[in-house]
Design a protein around this ligand. Structure first.
Ligand SMILES: Cc1cc2nc3c(=O)[nH]c(=O)nc-3n(C[C@H](O)[C@H](O)[C@H](O)COP(=O)(O)OP(=O)(O)OC[C@H]3O[C@@H](n4cnc5c(N)ncnc54)[C@H](O)[C@@H]3O)c2cc1C
Length: 324
């Protein structure tokens, strides 16, 4: 296999975490099959990303284009398609972010390549590329093997691939690429920042997650106090968002966010698979649930079978006592 290509996404002058995840995965696969890893980044001031990408890549192609402030799917597609057609990488890795979801299908059609989206694993065995995807709302993990083709495009689910700092120190080639087309069927208008109160649960090391078992919006305060004692951040299951007890940015799971904290403390959460798929990357799961048969205990490292409304204040008090 000659080349694996990773498309680097950037926004507001920083690389997307999922691109670093794809680079780490790409590096492992490239080493395994003795391929070269190529990272492609496109935009204004692309040279700022070169050294970081070169940590993993054998070669970074920094395509400078002053028309492109941030990653935008259509100009990326127009720029990437000729690069892919010319270089014919065996595998193209793109993060399954909103940008990646926008870019990958159009790019696949443009270059005539098969596409596998939202993959949770990518493997190469005897030259055959196999990806894992969750189907039936996450109930089943399906493996797909691809018949040999010139290029396969894969998008990887954010948070499913670990980032390991790379040591490669590859070369950086900067090229100018001027797009002479107007892009007007879809125009970038600007970013809408999340509300100031919203936190990024994907970056938190300690998550205190509340489920329907918390019973009432007023009881969220108990979990907040525990989170503050532990230096953690509040997360939740879907019913908590549906009831309007917490904003949607706190939801973990299939239709929420994928998290990978050091500690995931689940309070009154049953452990439905749609919730659990979002926290598989946690280092330690601790569950408190009054039902000893709750499915979450099958995944938890530690568990307490009791009423959370009784346990949470005691836990908060103990932690605060220990701290003082
Ligand atoms: C397409 C689809 C996507 C979905 N996406 C998501 C998603 O992204 N995230 C998500 O979370 N869900 C998602 N769901 C919903 C999911 O199937 C579950 O319904 C949901 O996760 C259940 O949330 P829960 O565990 O808080 O509530 P329940 O399943 O109702 O569990 C509540 C738990 O609290 C315990 N409990 C009750 N009172 C107490 C108490 N006083 N003390 C201790 N324990 C107590 C109960 O024993 C029970 O185990 C999705 C569903 C579908 C169909």
């Amino acid at each position: 296999m000659a080349e694996i290509l990773v498309v680097a996404e950037h926004r507001k002058q920083s690389l997307a975490d999922v691109s670093l995840e794809m680079l780490t995965k790409g590096r492992h696969l490239a080493d395994q099959v003795s391929a070269e890893l190529l990272a492609v980044v496109i935009g204004k001031d692309v040279n700022r990303y070169g050294p970081r990408l070169a940590q993993w890549a054998d070669k970074v192609l920094a395509v400078k284009n002053d028309q492109l402030e941030d990653s935008q799917a259509e100009p990326y597609q127009k720029t990437l398609a000729p690069i892919i057609k010319e270089r014919k990488p065996k595998l193209v890795l793109i993060g399954h972010s909103s940008f990646g979801m926008d870019l990958a299908p159009a790019l696949a059609v443009d270059v005539g390549a098969p596409l596998a989206t939202d993959c949770t694993n990518i493997a190469i065995d005897n030259g055959t590329i196999t990806v894992t995807r969750a189907i039936y709302n996450g109930k089943v993990n399906a493996l797909y093997s691809f018949a040999p083709s010139e290029t396969l495009i894969v998008t990887g689910r954010p948070g499913e691939f670990l980032v390991e700092e790379g040591q490669k120190g590859g070369s950086i080639e900067e090229i100018e690429y001027l797009l002479d087309e107007e892009f007007d069927y879809k125009r970038f208008e600007g970013y809408i920042e999340p509300e100031v109160s919203e936190v990024d649960i994907t970056k938190a090391e300690v998550l205190i997650a509340v489920g329907r078992g918390i019973k009432d919006k007023g009881n969220i305060e108990l979990a907040e106090e525990l989170a503050s004692a532990l230096g953690g951040v509040l997360a939740c299951s879907r019913p908590v968002v549906d009831y309007g007890w917490l904003p949607s940015g706190h939801q973990v799971g299939l239709s929420g966010k994928t998290v990978k904290p050091k500690l995931y403390l689940a309070l009154g959460i049953s452990g439905a698979f749609q919730h659990m798929v979002g926290l598989r990357g946690s280092n330690m799961i601790v569950a408190i649930n009054k039902d000893a048969k709750a499915p979450i205990f099958a995944d938890a490292d530690y568990g307490i079978v009791d009423d959370i409304l009784k346990v949470i204040p005691i836990l908060t008090q103990r932690i605060n006592d220990l701290k003082s």
